[in-house]
Design a protein around this ligand. Structure first.
Ligand code: OGA
Ligand code: MN
Length: 209
């Protein structure tokens, strides 16, 4: 099962997050959970169930391919029992982060994301002006043998400049409201499981994609 996200290492990570607004942890998912997520990703891809991503909340959502060109598949817990171990782990992590950072985090939302060759996401914040629900962004990368020449790094611009390579089972979390970030053009297919810890529970269907 998942580590408990307690103890000295975790506390150190939470301190770093509070100070720098981001944290990178490698070997994040336990091997069996990682395998399940990768299998699920493969089946979604094989069935062509990833959709062109859009920008903005609710009705204002639009697809602007000059801003982002990835494809996503939203996770819906009741419909995906095979991912239950992932959701159980996220429940524990959400609770642990909320406790460590004295935050109210009452939900989360996750999607699979695929950046085909040449895809990118221009600099942006993850918190929308009209919907301030997203508190912390969490990205888990699913790319075996990723090399720097494959591009596709996550670039944090503010408050810290940092390049993060999307290597297998690396997790990066950052504040959705303060961290300006972008995905540099990927020269190979780039896969991730990306989500947000939310102040209020997720409202199913609002995103509509
Ligand atoms: C996003 C995003 C970062 C990444 O989906 O909003 O910024 O590294 N993703 O995939
Ligand atoms: Mn983002």
């Amino acid at each position: 099962m998942w580590p408990t996200f307690k103890g000295e290492e975790w506390d150190k990570g939470m301190d770093q997050f509070a100070e720098k607004h981001f944290l990178v942890l490698d070997q994040f998912l336990p091997p069996l959970v990682l395998e399940t997520v990768c299998k699920y990703f493969n089946s979604v891809e094989a069935e062509d169930r990833l959709k062109a991503a859009a920008i903005g909340p609710g009705k204002e959502r639009t697809r602007i391919s000059e801003i982002r060109s990835d494809f996503v598949h939203w996770l819906d817990r009741p419909l995906m029992p095979e991912l239950e171990t992932f959701f159980e782990g996220m429940d524990a992590i959400r609770a642990s982060i909320a406790e460590s950072l004295f935050l109210s985090l009452r939900g989360y939302e996750f999607h699979l994301a695929k950046y085909p060759k040449g895809a990118f996401y221009k600099p942006h914040f993850d918190q929308f002006n009209t919907r301030e629900n997203r508190m912390i962004s969490v990205v888990i990368y699913l790319n075996e043998n990723w090399k720097p020449e494959h591009g596709g790094a996550l670039k944090l611009h503010r408050p810290q400049v940092r390049l993060i390579e999307p290597v297998m089972n690396r997790m990066v979390m950052f504040r959705s409201d303060t961290v300006l970030h972008e995905v540099l053009p990927a020269h190979e297919t780039r896969r991730s499981l990306t989500g947000w810890l939310l102040k209020h529970p997720a409202t199913v269907g609002v995103l509509g994609i």
